[in-house]
Design a protein around this ligand. Structure first.
Ligand code: HEC
Length: 105
């Protein structure tokens, strides 16, 4: 591949990968996210697995290392657990988890 094309490809893809959590979650409804986490007993189940208050399940240094990945994980749980969350609800839940646990910038 020639250099110009490589550079062009890089420039097109950078903004997506480099998107920070602040920008990504700017429009998230944190109140909604919080009430959804309570409503779906996310913590209760995590406590059974890791003890304490369940927050040890969230491992920012683990495989989830970007805000995009975090939202993807919430979407995956949504599907697997059949929670029936709408995309904006998944977005809101991910934003709350980021604020309280992952703290991606
Ligand atoms: C029925 C039990 C259960 C419920 C309910 C549940 N989870 Fe989980 N969750 C798990 C288990 C078990 C893991 C750990 C999976 C692993 O380590 O492979 C996990 C892991 C996660 C992770 C990844 C943590 C990390 O950093 O690797 C996220 C994010 C998460 N859950 C979010 C949620 C959210 C949000 C809800 C509620 C909407 C929820 N979970 C409800 C069982 C549950």
């Amino acid at each position: 591949m020639n250099k110009t094309l490589t550079l062009l490809l890089l420039m097109c893809h950078l903004p997506i990968h480099a998107q920070g959590a602040a920008a990504m979650f700017a429009d998230a409804d944190l109140k909604l996210g919080q009430s959804l986490v309570a409503q779906h007993k996310c913590e209760a189940c995590h406590v059974q697995k890791v003890g304490g208050n369940g927050s040890a399940i969230y491992r920012p240094a683990g495989r989830i290392n970007t805000p995009g990945y975090l939202r993807g994980m919430v979407e995956q749980c949504n599907t697997e657990l059949n929670l029936g969350l709408f995309p904006d609800e998944v977005h809101a839940v991910a934003a709350v988890l980021n604020r309280d646990h992952y703290k991606f910038k």
